[in-house]
Write a protein that binds this ligand. Structure first.
Ligand SMILES: [Zn+2]
Length: 501
């Protein structure tokens, strides 16, 4: 029911309603979910933070009068329950029934599926992350097949990030030194993207093989002369790799473990492609840091699981592997690199393993409560960010954004910050320019647009690169306004002082 004093401008509600109903209908969810456009709230209304169970903003309307309006999509709790039952919610690792909800972000567009035009119906899919009470693996509830998410026109090219390239170069140097790799040593990378990392191995004379499911980036790697198999990694592919070129001295899996739904098949594949004393390093975002630093925006459909050492050790052990060292990294807001070998290999266990394990236990990651509290952390952050943005806009100032990462799509959609708040975003990747952030319809432009705009604030969506981006913008343009950094708590950094305010 729309309260009588909060009626929408004529025609607008109908248009939005048809648009989203069509989207839901195409996904076959219309049987399960009752959708009602039930709340239209003035932006300045003090209760605009969605009082309903899991209500989610789905669009913004320009009011005929001076204020803007929100429209919310609400899914009734009872009907939502029936929708969930129609999907399997069993643990990807141990098959236990999933009962602990870490985050329910409602209906979300596929984050890397950037539309070419504004106002087209998005493919909205529920985004819910659960934690297994048995093995403690945090994971999304399945609604899609991976091949619906990772498509040939996947737009993320690793080589487009300068700091990530440097990270890759340092990694290769460190592994060669630590594990005495020599020219001819076999190095396999899983999710090798555009060859951003294997190019450094190749330069050292290692025998490099990439595995990459996305055609566009696999082609880019081949163009650099790096042998690349276009496929999803798992136990079956591991057999073929070993038959074709033998097992590996070094296996690298950076930011891919989370992207593979079959965690057991992935671990078993790693076991198969390792030489008896071979080493695999598996880098993922660390669930401990994600939770401590409120990084719910790193949850999106492409991330099927979120790893702690507690959960990952169980998965590797079940596949005949063991974690003999771990390193903490600042990449992606706090990552962990597992060093894994066959369980019968000689690699001595590092003290880092016990240290991180103890830190996770101290934080409660082997219990239920810490996970159940996370939803409250997310809501608090959302409230702060919405207050900050609406406050700036109320003063008549303009906001643009920097970057078009998947995490920005989750953040803006969940917080309901759209094109009427943020004029545009910019991204260095030519593959993203000219497109739009899905769900919020914010255009993605070339970075030069910042210099030509009269923006007062820039919201940095890839906040993990905020230092690099602020330095870049300040040196490349006359922009001297503020930067909004949304994580770990929303704050403003001023260009001139680069001091947090
Ligand atoms: Zn489990």
């Amino acid at each position: 029911m729309v309260p009588a004093n909060l009626q929408t401008p004529q025609g607008s509600q109908k248009w939005r309603s048809q648009r989203y109903s069509a989207s839901i209908h195409r996904q076959g969810l219309c049987r399960d979910i009752e959708i009602s456009l039930c709340h239209i709230l003035f932006r300045h209304h003090p209760h605009h933070r969605i009082p309903l169970y899991n209500a989610r903003q789905i669009g913004m309307l320009d009011c005929a009068s001076s204020c803007s309006m929100f429209v919310y999509l609400s899914i009734s709790q009872s009907m939502r329950g029936s929708a969930m039952k129609s999907h399997v919610a069993l643990c990807r690792h141990c098959n236990s029934k999933l009962e602990i909800c870490l985050a329910d972000l409602g209906l979300m567009p596929i984050a890397n599926d950037l539309p070419d035009t504004q106002n087209i119906p998005e493919r909205l899919t529920p985004l819910k992350v659960m934690v297994c009470s048995q093995c403690r693996l945090a994971q999304t509830v399945d609604y899609k097949n991976p091949d619906e998410i990772f498509r040939d026109d996947y737009v993320y090219f690793s080589s487009e990030s300068t700091s990530w390239l440097e990270h890759a170069r340092r990694y290769v140097d460190a592994m060669i030194a630590r594990f005495d790799l020599t020219p001819g040593s076999r190095h396999i990378e899983i999710a090798s993207n555009d060859g951003y990392l294997l190019q450094f191995s190749k330069a050292h004379g290692l025998s490099a093989l990439g595995v990459e499911p996305c055609g566009s980036v696999a082609d880019a790697a081949r163009a650099k002369g790096i042998e690349t198999w276009q496929d999803f990694f798992g136990a079956e592919l591991a057999d073929r790799i070993v038959s074709s070129g033998g097992p590996a001295d070094l296996v690298t899996a950076n930011n891919v473990f989370a992207h593979i739904p079959d965690v057991n098949g992935f671990a078993s594949g790693i076991r198969k492609i390792l030489k008896p004393e071979g080493v695999a390093t598996i880098e993922v975002q660390h669930l401990l840091r994600l939770m401590q630093r409120n990084q719910f925006d790193t949850m999106y459909h492409e991330h099927f699981s979120y790893h702690s050492l507690i959960a990952a050790s169980r998965i590797f052990r079940a596949a005949g592997l063991r974690v003999f060292d771990v390193e903490e990294l600042e990449s992606h807001g706090g990552s962990i690199r597992f060093f894994v070998c066959r369980d019968d290999a000689d690699h001595p266990i590092s003290a880092n393993v016990d240290r991180i394990l103890q830190e996770e236990l101290d934080h409660g990651l082997d219990g239920d409560d810490v996970y159940l509290r996370f939803a409250g952390q997310i809501e608090t952050l959302k409230g702060h960010l919405v207050d900050l943005v609406t406050g700036i806009r109320a003063e008549g100032k303009r906001i643009v954004a920097y970057g078009a990462p998947a995490k920005g799509v989750t953040l803006l959609n969940y917080c309901g910050i759209g094109a009427d708040m943020i004029d545009f975003t910019v991204d260095r990747a030519p593959s993203k320019q000219g497109k739009f952030l899905p769900g919020v319809d914010i255009p993605i432009l070339h970075p030069s647009a910042i210099a030509e705009s009269d923006a007062d604030f820039i919201m940095i969506l890839p906040w993990n690169l905020s230092d690099e981006i602020i330095a870049q913008v300040v040196s490349a343009s006359a922009y001297r306004g503020g930067f909004i950094v949304p994580m770990p708590t929303p704050h403003v950094v001023h260009a001139l002082t680069r001091q947090a305010a």
